[in-house]
Write a protein that binds this ligand. Structure first.
Ligand SMILES: Cc1cc2nc3c(=O)[nH]c(=O)nc-3n(C[C@H](O)[C@H](O)[C@H](O)COP(=O)(O)O)c2cc1C
Length: 198
């Protein structure tokens, strides 16, 4: 089958795009608001987009608290979402007012960061402290006001718990990162294979 997403709904019961771009890593973004309220939310339109400088980005469907806080305070933290924290990650996606502390909501502990004002999740085995770079409004080719915003930040601090290392190397099977698929599906990475470049 073929369809053009600009025409509206796909000719399938569920939008296939997210199921086809899978697995998507989950940016688990902690921020602090200008008023000092802690905020935490998952974003699966997320990735590391380059490594020199090291830049990550997440896309906000609507101008949500994470985007607003990152822009207002100049920073955010990406906490690695792992299988052991899947329920807390999901809890932090609840739609709540900006006055609600989402660390508390999800039963997690804020740990002060070293290079940015936003705290990280103490329970996460790895986290990137990021300095806000820019917000790119994402408009369609046929015009119309953009409703999505790509928030980019440079990594200025990396926390790694040594429990996920094997012989000094990050061991993905130990990390057990979770990722988003289509619908309500998730993946967990436990199996790894190697391939050398030609
Ligand atoms: C696994 C997962 C991935 C999500 N990915 C996105 C995303 O990429 N963009 C988005 O706008 N919302 C996404 N959401 C929904 C947000 O987490 C949710 O709207 C949240 O309340 C936003 O919080 P904030 O306003 O505190 O930033 C996702 C939710 C889950 C559970």
């Amino acid at each position: 089958l073929f369809y053009d997403p600009r025409d509206g709904r796909a000719p399938l019961p569920f939008d296939p795009l997210k199921a086809l771009v899978a697995p998507r890593p989950i940016g688990w973004i902690s921020t602090v608001s200008a008023a000092g309220v802690l905020n935490l939310a998952p974003y699966s339109f997320f990735n590391m987009v380059c490594n020199r400088p090291a830049i990550v980005g997440f896309a906000s469907d609507g101008y949500k608290h994470s985007a607003a806080n990152a822009e207002a305070t100049g920073c955010f933290v990406h906490n690695i979402a792992t299988f052991g924290l899947r329920l807390q990650m999901n809890a932090s996606s609840a739609t709540v007012g900006e006055e609600i502390d989402e660390f508390q909501l999800a039963g997690l502990t804020p740990e002060p960061s070293l290079n940015v004002a936003a705290p990280r999740v103490r329970e996460a085995v790895a986290a990137f402290e990021c300095r806000y770079l820019q917000t790119v409004p994402l408009g369609a080719t046929n015009g119309g006001e953009p409703v999505n915003y790509l928030v980019l930040g440079e990594i200025v601090g990396v926390h790694i718990d040594e429990s996920i290392l094997t012989d000094g190397v990050v061991d993905t099977a130990k990390l057990e990162p979770i990722a988003r698929l289509g619908g309500s599906d998730y993946a967990v990475v436990r199996e790894v294979f190697q391939m050398k470049r030609p």
